[in-house]
Design a binder for this molecule. Structure first.
Ligand code: DGT
Ligand code: MG
Ligand code: MG
Ligand code: MG
Ligand code: MG
Length: 249
């Protein structure tokens, strides 16, 4: 078949290599998860089962693809960092993106029943993905800081919003109105004064998101890629990165 008269169509398949020696970041995001989480009765603002399932799907990606060194997840999204000198699939963009996306989605569905034993899937969840290249350590650090800052801002807002609605009895329009123009310290104060909630005492998984990191590569044949640890820690400050220099170098 290789040399049939049809084989010329192969030449329409164009190469799509990613620039060498750059950090590859792939971000996956749930499609219409507003609807998906509603249809499956997710707790508001955070559903621990759903967040653990996202972590499990990301772990599945890291187990299957050793070049992924780090992943960060919040809400319905996960970002994956590949090592700078990765030669995975000759750095073919669509091959890398589609593979990570597919492994993630398959793991999400595969592990659904273990995380939601009493909630059958009502419709198939799906995700989109993009790849972004970053030239240096600074931009990679700032990318992950951007995502974790987003986690913080959204979670603080959503925590107060849902306290006003579910505990305070406000409708959603009035809850939004109440929060309009408030700064971070006012939201902390409102939570504490009206609902007795100390924001900083809420689970770190909700406040910090999930960080999956390959522990320092152990050079043993049975475990050449190290273990994957699931953490809920600050990745904006230097400490996390200084303790793990192999992530960026
Ligand atoms: P998209 O990404 O444009 O296809 O649309 P969505 O609806 O996925 O929007 P996005 O990604 O901006 O926002 C994520 C949605 O998922 C948001 O409506 C809240 C929902 N969601 C994520 N995690 C949780 C959770 O733990 N509990 C609940 N109740 N909802 C969640
Ligand atoms: Mg999206
Ligand atoms: Mg989404
Ligand atoms: Mg999202
Ligand atoms: Mg094939």
């Amino acid at each position: 078949m290789a040399n049939s008269r049809f084989a010329y169509v192969r030449s329409f398949e164009l190469p799509d290599p990613l620039l060498p020696s750059t950090y590859i970041v792939c971000r996956i995001d749930g499609r219409s998860f507003h609807r998906f989480t509603e249809a499956h009765g997710f707790d508001k603002p955070n559903d621990e089962r759903g967040l653990r399932l996202m972590d499990r799907a990301a772990e599945g990606v890291m187990r299957e693809v050793p070049d992924v060194l780090l992943a960060f997840g919040e809400s319905d999204e996960f970002s994956f960092l590949l090592k700078k000198d990765s030669t995975l699939y000759a750095r073919r963009s669509s091959k890398i993106l589609s593979t990570l996306l597919s492994i993630f989605t398959a793991n999400y569905v595969f592990h659904w029943p273990a995380h939601f034993p009493h909630t059958p899937l009502q419709h198939p969840p799906s995700f989109d993905a993009r790849i972004v290249l970053y030239p240096g350590e600074r931009e990679v650090r700032d990318y992950f800081a951007w995502r974790q800052a987003d986690t913080h801002i959204n979670n603080l807002y959503n925590t107060v919003f849902w306290a006003l609605v579910l505990q305070g009895g406000l409708d959603t329009t009035h809850a939004h109105a109440e929060l309009r123009g408030t700064i971070s310290s006012q939201k902390h104060e409102l939570l504490h004064a009206r609902f007795g909630i100390n924001y900083n005492a809420l689970p770190a998984r909700y406040r910090k998101g999930s960080v999956l990191v390959r522990t320092k590569p152990v050079l043993s044949p049975s475990n050449p890629n190290g273990e994957v640890a699931v953490l809920h820690v600050d990745i904006i400050r230097d400490e996390f990165w200084e303790e793990r220099p192999w992530l960026l170098r």
